[in-house]
Design a protein around this ligand. Sequence first.
Ligand SMILES: Nc1nc2c(ncn2[C@@H]2O[C@H](COP(=O)(O)OP(=O)(O)OP(=O)(O)O)[C@@H](O)[C@H]2O)c(=O)[nH]1
Ligand SMILES: [Mg+2]
Length: 367
Amino acid sequence: MSGKGLFGRLWGKKTAETEPAAEVESEALGHAAEEASELAAAEGAVPPAAEPEAAGVPAEVAGNGWFARLKAGLSKSSSRLGQGLADLFTKRKLDDEALEELEDLLITTDLGVATARRVTERLAKTRFGQDVEPAEIKEALAEEVAGILAPVARPLVPDPARKPHVVLVVGVNGSGKTTTIGKLAKRFRDEGRSVTLAAGDTFRAAAVEQLKVWGERTGCPVVARDTGADAAGLAFDALAEARRRGDDLLFIDTAGRLQNKSDLMAELQKLVRVLKKQDETAPHDVLLVLDATVGQNAHSQVEVFKDMVAVTGLVLTKLDGTARGGVLVALAERFGLPVHAIGVGEQAADLRPFEASSFARSLVGLE
Ligand SMILES: Nc1nc2c(ncn2[C@@H]2O[C@H](COP(=O)(O)OP(=O)(O)OP(=O)(O)O)[C@@H](O)[C@H]2O)c(=O)[nH]1
Ligand SMILES: [Mg+2]
């Protein structure tokens, strides 16, 4: 497969501003990328700030537990799985046929073939030949899934010795990079940390504006240049400013799409090289933001970005709008990269720490 072909499949539908990438997009995209393209149509949009209690006050304080939000967010995944389990297991013996059907069901929720097989094999070990109820299977599944997720559920922890701790944020267009930066900025500002944002997506004017809105909303200075400016130069200046101020954190936004994969790789690598001129330990984190609605396509995105930059962690977004939350489990098992947070909506409060057991229980539709 050519690099271009893979790139084409990863990226969503073209927009007017990104028309030069048209030839890259002309390949068969597959349904995952088509779904992503619908979301990409909304790129550049900044959701209005929520009502004060939703935007500023943590959901658990407002009396609406974040677990409930996550559960609601994952309801598409959990209801498909829950219904499937109810159909499969009501007063049924866990025999070979039932296990095979369970494996198929798990694959449809994007758990991936290897993970689905492992989970069913382990269930078979403890319960083969027994009469099982859906609730029991759900409990067992949740436990298996939580076991897979626990090692990767690791929050983003800025190193206080770094002033600033530099976080480079990468991902395909429309995956939620800019929104995630806004949400993370809000979280760290609420903790009393000083944060600078760098509008490293110099490809689109709307992208710079979008980050500025988040900067105003969260009280963070935004370093920006005109459209078409050199992203690496901008990142260099942003780091210099943040260092001068002694900021705790610097988030660098990046373009999700350039002309082709090698352009993007060259740009990201140059950006990293230039940062290292000031601080050879930077960037301290490279976050890959993945849109969970693309399902299995997320695997290729991880592979491609790992080739370009040293990805250190993941954020999965749009878990509120997908029946494909299982992909997170498959990614955890395959890549073992830390999952720092999950996005369950467009507002600042909709970025949640990733917690293995709660996620696993939500995914299978348990309280
Ligand atoms: N429902 C939902 N929408 C989200 C989430 N995260 C981001 N979005 C929305 O997805 C769209 C794209 O988000 P952006 O943050 O602009 O994505 P991006 O990766 O910066 O996109 P480019 O700058 O085009 O590369 C926006 O409309 C966001 O509001 C989420 O967790 N849930
Ligand atoms: Mg963006």
